[in-house]
Design a binder for this molecule. Structure first.
Ligand code: GTR
Length: 344
C-alpha cells in the first residue's frame, strides 16, 4: 500500500479511482443508489461496504436495505454507503482492507475466502447440498454458525450468508453434457484452491482470475468459459459471449457478509446489537429478491438464445467424488459434512 495514503478517505478515493477506470456498462436491474446514506453530519457514522456486483444486484440491495434500516432505527446516526461494481477492487483485496479496518463491510463469495479460511471449503465443495432449501437449513443452523465464527480469528466478523444459487459451467466452444466435454477447455475459476481442484477433477483446464477480468477474458478468447450462477451470468453480460450453458450445479458456494472486527468493536453495545440483528434480518429480504432475480435472469438469458443443456449429473458427481473425499479426510470438514448431510 502506498505510504502516502494515510487516511481512510484517501485510501478509498485512490482505490475507487483505480477500479473505475476499468468499469464497463452492465445489464441488470435498476438499483436504488440514491438511497445510500452516505453523507455524515457531526455525530453520524457512515459505514463503507464493498461489492463486486452491479447496482441492483440482490447482494447490493440487501446491504442497502441494512443501511436504510440502521438509519431509520438510529434516527440517522448510522448508515451504510455501498460501493458496488468493484469500485473498491477485487474481493481478495477488499477482504484484507476490512481485516485491517480500512473498509467496514465486505460482501464476497465464499470462494474468495477458501484459501484464507479453510473451514469455508465445506460450503464450496461439490455436491454437498441437495437443494437451495437444504443449503439454507445448513446455513441457518449449526454448520453456518460455526463457519461464521471462524472469521474472527483474522480480524473479521461473519454477519450473514446470502444466496448465490448454484454454479454451472458455460463456454463459447460447445455444449457440455458429460465431464469429458469439458476436456481441454480453459475455464475461469475464482482464485480458490477448491475451484481449481474441482475444475481439474472434471477435466477442464482451470484458469484462476478475479471477477472483474472474466468478461474481457471471454471476449478476447483468453479463456473458453467460466462457471457461475444465472444472475451473475446475466448481469455481467457474460451470456453475450458464452452461448453454451450446462446445468451442472456443481457448487452452491454462497455469499458471505463480513465486517471489520475493529469497526464493529468500536460501536456502542447497543449499536453493535442493532447491526447484528439488522444483518440477520436482511437474509430473508435477500432470499426473496434472489429467487426473483435468479428466475428473471435465467428467462432473459434463454430468451436471448443461449443454449442450455442438462448434464449427466451422476457422471459429474462421480468425477468430482475423489476430490470431495480427499478434502473430507480433514477432521473438521468431515464433521461439518456429516452435519450438513444430516439436514438434507
Ligand atoms: C459470483 C459472486 C461474486 C464473485 C463471482 C466470482 O457468484 O457473487 O461475489 O465471487 O461469483 O466468480 O468471482
Amino acid at each position: 500500500m502506498h505510504k502516502f495514503l494515510r487516511t481512510r478517505r484517501q485510501l478509498l478515493f485512490a482505490l475507487s479511482g483505480a477500479a473505475l477506470a476499468g468499469t464497463r456498462a452492465a445489464v441488470g436491474f435498476a438499483g436504488s443508489g440514491a438511497s445510500d446514506y452516505s453523507r455524515a453530519a457531526a455525530g453520524e457514522m457512515v459505514l463503507t461496504a464493498a461489492d463486486v456486483h452491479v447496482d441492483g444486484y440482490p447482494t447490493v440491495e440487501a446491504v442497502r436495505w441494512m443501511g436504510k434500516t440502521l438509519h431509520r432505527e438510529t434516527g440517522g446516526r448510522l448508515g451504510i454507503r455501498v460501493y458496488h461494481s468493484g469500485q473498491l477492487g477485487r474481493e481478495t483485496d477488499a477482504i484484507n482492507l476490512a481485516r485491517f479496518g480500512a473498509l467496514d463491510i465486505v460482501r464476497v463469495n465464499i470462494a474468495a475466502l477458501n484459501n484464507a479460511f479453510p473451514l469455508t471449503d465445506i460450503l464450496a465443495l461439490p455436491y454437498v447440498f441437495d437443494s437451495t432449501a437444504h443449503m439454507r437449513r445448513a446455513l441457518d443452523g449449526a454448520p453456518g454458525r460455526e463457519v461464521l465464527k471462524a472469521f474472527e480469528a483474522r480480524g473479521l466478523v461473519g454477519l450473514a450468508f446470502y444466496d448465490s444459487g448454484t454454479r454451472c459451467f458455460y463456454n463459447h466452444v460447445r455444449p457440455v453434457v458429460q465431464p469429458a466435454d469439458l476436456k481441454g477447455l480453459k475455464i475461469r475459476v475464482p482464485p480458490s484452491d477448491i475451484f481449481v481442484g474441482l475444475a481439474r477433477a472434471l477435466g477442464a483446464n482451470p484458469t484462476p482470475l478475479s471477477y472483474g477480468e472474466v468478461f474481457s477474458a471471454l471476449q478476447t478468447r483468453l479463456i473458453d468459459g467460466a462457471e457461475n450462477n444465472w444472475t451473475t451470468f446475466y448481469t455481467s453480460r457474460q451470456f453475450e459471449v458464452a452461448r453454451h450453458w450446462a446445468q451442472s450445479e456443481h457448487s452452491y458456494s454462497p455469499e458471505a457478509l463480513l465486517m471489520s472486527k475493529q469497526r464493529l468493536d468500536s460501536l456502542s453495545a447497543g449499536d453493535r446489537e442493532l447491526l447484528l440483528a439488522t444483518a440477520a434480518q436482511s437474509v430473508p429480504y435477500m432470499r426473496q429478491l434472489w429467487d426473483l432475480r435468479e428466475a428473471e435472469s435465467r428467462a432473459a438469458v434463454e430468451k436471448d438464445g443461449v443454449r442450455v443443456t442438462e448434464v449427466d449429473r451422476k457422471a459429474f458427481q462421480k468425477a468430482a467424488a475423489p476430490m470431495l473425499e480427499a478434502h473430507l479426510k480433514n477432521t473438521e470438514l468431515g464433521r461439518l459434512y456429516r452435519q450438513i448431510r444430516a439436514l438434507a
